[in-house]
Design a protein. Structure first.
Lengths: 138, 558
């Protein structure tokens, strides 16, 4: 049986604009992935805890509020702290181009800004997650 | 006269046999598929008196005022706010100097969610997507040097609307302004928060109670104030079609009317000060038709169904904003064109107030320069395009009248579906809306519509210039607004100072008054004003209500 890619889609912080997160979650499900959508107003602690509990391969953060540096940093820090650094971290929302390299430096694997086609996100995960599995010996 | 279907079968068919129709979606954003042509056949018999009448006359299809833009242009009201109150005050003054004719305040997420700037959950979010307001002290700075009797202010605030309005009124009182002379709006539309924007705090029932407090207290205390701006913008941005946007917004409006009637208020007492807020999106004629249909449906329902007698209760007055969701991060300068077309649609649709987005808003909040271009867009339409020479110029267009009728028909189907959810209750639109919120009806409709749109874009059926067609290899560098990270520290210091200097006893008593009003179901507004005057913070006021009403978590669905 083929192993399914497991993804957590999360809305960190106070922002309630969830159109993008829901469209991405649905597209990933349609592409055959197991998707857990956390709902709104998640703290970094809640996100990392859910990700570990659900044994996901990747976490996607949706941030439109301008607070992306803060939330990505926090989530990455907690993932590392709890020995879950191998979980791929990606995201999207309203993130200025100049912040993308800074996020990549933090360890964010990809940033999918406005105009991204969901197919790109599907392909990214289908490409990168198996690499992660291979490294872990699957 | 030769019939349209003969032309379709002959000339049109011949033409498309030679040159097939282009393989794109020949459908509006509501999936209405217009015919290639409209003729007198499509709108006859045309009852001008019943369908249109005249501007300033029931059912107001052609405009709510008798002389519309010939006498007074729509208010040019640019939504603004970021960082500290000082920074936003500066932006307000620049926009007023550049010619805007009304103020519009954007608050940051902590404020929108009823948290003080120094609350743990505010970390990283202070001042990022709007101005931070935690108390009257911030309000005082925000409106420094602005005469509140001379300019009207719209505040985009929902769950904490009573508190923020309380602070504005407290400010006015302190400065010696006459409340009877104050004009403005609070968005205060909590139903659409549950449906689309999700900035709710308390569960639906107490949230509506807080809104109706403003319906009750507003008209007699601040008679020129629009205590609600029933909004479709957010519903549309969340993915709804134009028809759904119209239907859900009007349903919300009727829901509030019913909730106010349930409290025993007289419809003609509060209805004249209900205002609206619609999106204005890409499909040019659909948007124009939407505004016209909106006015007609509201007027006829208010008069025929709800029995309102005051003609001001029948008038749908509305603000509009160009569609944020249509802005692209790719080739951002193209957004100036999108906004111009959308703004023109709002004007041809008869809007009473307008905000135009800046070209860089898919990337960040507007810079001073980009906001100015957006304002200039309105000014050019107003003064150079000539569309203001005559009122409702598109009336009589076969397509526009057909489309107005079609949108009304489709929207009414949704309103009836919502009323059916509330069947058996004395106030079916209100209870139907609450049930729709609780059982996921709106979430499903909006989720499906947004997913369908995305699929149309991915298949290429819907072209977005620069995104899935006409892409550039290299994207231009666009200067963007950076919010000063010092904001959080400045706010924390201000809050610490307020807590040191204020009269704690007065705060305690004010908050207790608020708590008692909430518990006993009395009107909370006088207590919000008093709490604001005492320099109680927003967080403190909201915490009182959180303790009484509890907090709401929506059912999670994709």
């Amino acid at each position: 049986m083929e192993r399914k890619i497991r993804v957590l889609i999360a809305k960190p912080g106070l922002d309630g604009h969830d159109r993008g997160a829901k469209v991405v979650a649905r597209a990933l499900r349609d592409a055959g992935m197991e998707v857990i959508y956390t709902g709104l107003r998640q703290t970094p602690e809640m996100i990392v805890s859910a990700a570990i509990q659900e044994d996901v391969d990747a976490i996607g953060l949706s941030i439109l509020s301008g607070a992306h540096m803060h939330y990505f940093k926090e989530v990455k820090r907690l993932l590392d702290e709890q020995g879950a650094s191998d979980i791929l971290l990606f995201g999207g929302g309203i993130i200025p181009d100049e912040d993308v390299p800074k996020l990549k430096e933090l360890g964010v694997a990809a940033v999918f800004g406005p105009g991204t086609l969901t197919q790109e996100i599907v392909e990214f995960l289908q490409r990168e997650v198996p690499k992660k599995w291979a490294k872990a010996g699957f | 006269m030769r019939k349209k279907h003969d032309w379709m079968r002959e000339t049109y068919k011949k033409s498309t046999e030679r040159m097939p129709e282009r393989p794109v979606a020949h459908r509006t954003l509501s999936n209405i598929a217009p015919d290639p042509l409209y003729t007198p056949e499509d709108v006859e018999p045309f009852d001008y008196e019943k369908k249109l009448s005249y501007p300033g006359e029931y059912p107001y299809t052609r405009g709510v005022y008798g002389s519309m833009y010939r006498s007074k242009l729509w208010t040019m009201r640019m939504f603004a706010g970021f960082g500290t109150a000082e920074q936003t005050n500066e932006r307000f003054k620049k926009l007023l100097a550049a010619g805007q004719t009304g103020l519009s305040v954007a608050f940051d997420l902590p404020t929108l969610m009823g948290y003080d700037s120094d609350h743990p959950l505010s970390k990283g979010e202070v001042g990022k997507c709007g101005v931070a307001v935690s108390s009257l002290a911030d309000m005082e700075v925000l409106f420094d040097g602005i005469n509140l009797e001379e300019v009207t202010t719209s505040m985009t605030i929902n769950s904490p609307a009573n508190a923020i309005w309380g602070m504005y009124l407290a400010l006015a009182k302190k400065k010696g302004y006459d409340w009877k002379k104050l004009g403005g709006t609070i968005q205060n539309d909590i139903l659409k928060e549950f449906i689309a924007q999700k900035e709710f705090i308390f569960p639906p029932e107490p949230s509506v109670k807080l809104v109706i407090d403003t319906f009750e207290w507003g008209p007699k205390n601040v008679p020129r104030w629009n205590f609600i701006s029933v909004s479709g913008y957010h519903i549309r941005e969340a993915g709804a079609t134009a028809v759904q946007e119209l239907a859900f917004t009007l349903a919300d409006g009727f829901a509030y009317v019913e909730a106010a009637l349930e409290r025993g208020l007289d419809i003609d007492y509060f209805a004249p000060r209900i205002s609206f807020f619609f999106d204005v999106h890409n499909d040019f004629f659909e948007e124009i038709a939407k505004f016209r249909a909106a006015r007609r449906i509201w007027a006829t329902e208010m008069k025929e169904r709800y029995g309102a007698k005051n003609l001001r209760s029948w008038m749908l007055r509305t603000h509009a904003q160009t569609a944020g969701v249509s802005l692209t991060a790719q080739q951002p300068l193209n957004n100036i064109v999108r906004v111009a077309i959308q703004a023109l649609a709002a004007v041809l649709g008869g809007t009473n107030s307008l905000h135009t987005d800046a070209y860089d808003e898919a990337l960040a909040l507007p810079t001073e320069e980009s906001a100015k271009i957006a304002l200039r867009t309105q000014q050019i339409i107003a003064y150079e395009s000539g569309v203001t020479h005559t009122i409702d110029p598109l009336a009589g267009s076969y397509y526009v009248e057909w489309l107005t009728d079609k949108i009304e028909e489709e929207a009414r189907k949704y309103i009836e579906a919502i009323r059916k959810l509330g069947e058996g209750t004395p106030y079916p639109t209100y209870y139907g809306t609450i049930r729709g919120i609780e059982n996921g009806y709106f979430q499903r409709e909006i989720g499906d519509a947004s997913y369908r749109f995305q699929q149309e874009v991915e298949s290429g059926e819907r072209i977005i210039v620069g995104v899935n067609a006409f892409k550039d290899e290299k994207e231009p560098e666009v200067p963007i607004l950076l919010v000063d990270p010092e904001v959080e520290r400045v706010q924390a210091e201000r809050l610490a100072r307020i807590r040191r200097e204020r009269d704690e006893q007065r705060v305690k008593e004010a908050l207790e008054g608020l708590r008692r009003a909430a518990v006993t179901g009395q009107n909370t507004m006088p207590h919000f004003v008093e709490a604001a005057l005492a320099y109680a913070t927003l967080g403190e006021m909201m915490d009182v209500l959180r303790a009484v009403y509890g907090v709401y978590e929506e059912p999670v669905m994709v």
